[in-house]
Design a protein around this ligand. Sequence first.
Ligand SMILES: *Cc1c(COP(=O)(O)O)cnc(C)c1O
Length: 427
Amino acid sequence: MTHKLETQTVHAGTAPDPTTNARITPIYQTASYVFDDAGHAARLFGLQEFGNIYTRIMNPTNEALEGKITALEGGVGALAVASGHAAQLIAFYTLMEPGCNIVAAKKLYGGSLNQIGNAINKFGWEGRLVDADDPANVAGAIDEMTRCVFIESLANPGGVVQDIAALAKVAHDAGIPLIVDNTMASPTLCRPIEHGADIVIHSTTKFLNGHGNSIGGVIVDSGKFDWSASDKFPSLTQPNPSYHGVVLADALAPIGPISFIVGCRVLGLRDLGPAMAPFNAFLALTGMETLALRMERHCENALALATWLKVHPKVDWVSYAALEGDPYNALCAQYLGGKGGAVFTFGVKGGHEAGVKLVESVEVFSHLANIGDTRSLIIHPASTTHSQSSEEELVEAGAGPDVVRVSVGIEHIDDIIADMAQALDQI
Ligand SMILES: *Cc1c(COP(=O)(O)O)cnc(C)c1O
């Protein structure tokens, strides 16, 4: 019997511990695991049998987290890694060879713009950033060296919802997978695989963990993409020199459509190395038990604050997809059940100076660079995350001098609004 999402957030992946009967998944704080005998060791290393070898590659606490996220996203498997950025990098590494490119939405988390727009050039890859609001722009940027399309379902810093089904079609027409970063929406608002996504990425640092206490990332494989339909993905379909010539797609076919996520683990994570600490997996597992409850309150509070700000005399504009009349309101209804998440931006009258004054005047809100905490968070991008950018770049990135970003927490809405009111009064 498949349980409802709220039940899965509590139970999926976390049966009582098989060896101790502990109800809560223990923190398996071990670097390595004893082999039964030499034959067992050889089978594990040869991929003829799955099992624990070394915590860089797998760990039972991390495995519980992987199982929970797999269930919530409706995938066939997942891989937990050290951070959201590590998840992106390992997914790309499994799909790409030197000379290949990624077509990505321009409206992405700032760190992802940097990773895809600059950092990956050192691997001999290219990131092509386009306005994905119009799927034709994505189609136009794809060529025969493109290996994936990358978008965020609900884009950080908020307000932007992408047309997942239309972009999945564009990617599939070109024989490549759609990767959706679902960090901001979480599976309680959006399950990208149901709309055609092939791979889902999360920064568990944000809403999945939900308490701002550790960094983590996860890759989820839908199991739906046919890697063998072309010769574009040699890591999965060609003999692998680091596994005695094993072809992952063929070797794993009898078990299930899991060659991508196994490739991420046994090639990407094994060789690049950004493993998640089991303690961080434990914190993420604990946090995820309340995901559905928290998201409900996050969305309710964010909508109330956005509605209140929209008519405040010191506020110019509010960008929040759940607001009626917002340009992304229809896509928000289609993909997010009409909920806009916790994070949005607004413009204060008085530009840069007013933005700085606001973040210095709040008391309930914490002034910091994160989202997805139980606490309400605030940042003025132009003076922090985007302070190296020119005025033109600021506007292009949705981080103009007047822009303030909030991640609305789960405190009582009266206290959130009262704090914002007193801070705006000080401008
Ligand atoms: C934070 C974030 C990331 C990066 O995740 P880290 O865990 O900080 O590495 C990626 N995508 C989105 C949408 C994010 O908010």
